[in-house]
Design a protein around this ligand. Sequence first.
Ligand SMILES: NC(=O)c1ccc[n+]([C@@H]2O[C@H](COP(=O)([O-])OP(=O)(O)OC[C@H]3O[C@@H](n4cnc5c(N)ncnc54)[C@H](O)[C@@H]3O)[C@@H](O)[C@H]2O)c1
Length: 261
Amino acid sequence: MITGATTYLPVDLTGLRVAITGAAGGIGRVMADSFAACGANVFISDIDAASLATSGHPGMVANAGSAAEMENFVDTAVRELTGLDVLINNAGIAGPTKKVEDVTPEELDATLQIDLAAMFHTARRAIPALRASGGGSIINLSSAAGRFGFQLRSPYAAAKWGVIGFTKTLAIELGPQGIRVNAILPGLVDGPRIRAVIKAKAEAAGVGENAQTTRAVETTSLRCFVTQHDIANMALYLCSPFGATISGQSLAVDGDLQVLI
Ligand SMILES: NC(=O)c1ccc[n+]([C@@H]2O[C@H](COP(=O)([O-])OP(=O)(O)OC[C@H]3O[C@@H](n4cnc5c(N)ncnc54)[C@H](O)[C@@H]3O)[C@@H](O)[C@H]2O)c1
């Protein structure tokens, strides 16, 4: 069975100034650790003050659901890093798991704000600083739910498809200024969250956890999960000199996922 990366791609990013949202935990945290390990200076945001404090990275509490807090985060990052080369819009929530007819306006709003609108607010504020750096890069976290329908997760899927439209449009607008914009679409990322989902689905279906795990990986051509490092490594590559001509792309890192179940 194919296994994903367990460490960071060793590229030299010495002095690169990188702001990452929602990076006190999960994929964002692995990104922050990886960029720092490659020599970058990172400044992160998160809604969780305790995780932020133990992350070891400079940063601030900022809720991706608030336009003002996102703008303030970018302004603070630019000040603390004395400029900005990379913005990574990583913060995201799952949103409700319900049929469309049962989703409340409040649930829809919250999901669209955090998973999509926040990226507008940070990008809008970061563009002058990226331009001043002489060409920078924006990376937006979409999802496999940004290229497939996802039953019972309509607000999330709508937001993540929206991220693709935003990314492609912004890439066209900023390309002539040398600023690149790409989306990364993680698939089934191994970790406690997916294990909990598999356990719950196994119980609901009356099958064992191993059978349910097999069912999950069989949705990918490579019959594998991906790792948080696989996602972070795509971001490192995009921000390294090797990614200099890549923009406007939707980059799936998912073992060639064929369907979301
Ligand atoms: N993990 C996966 O399987 C997967 C798959 C596809 C896409 N993604 C996307 O990748 C990104 C990161 O996912 P993850 O699994 O690491 O997420 P996660 O649930 O582990 O959360 C990552 C961090 O975001 C923070 N956060 C949550 N709500 C926030 C808010 N309103 N404002 C600021 N920070 C907030 C959390 O405190 C946490 O530290 C998300 O955009 C997610 O949609 C993840």
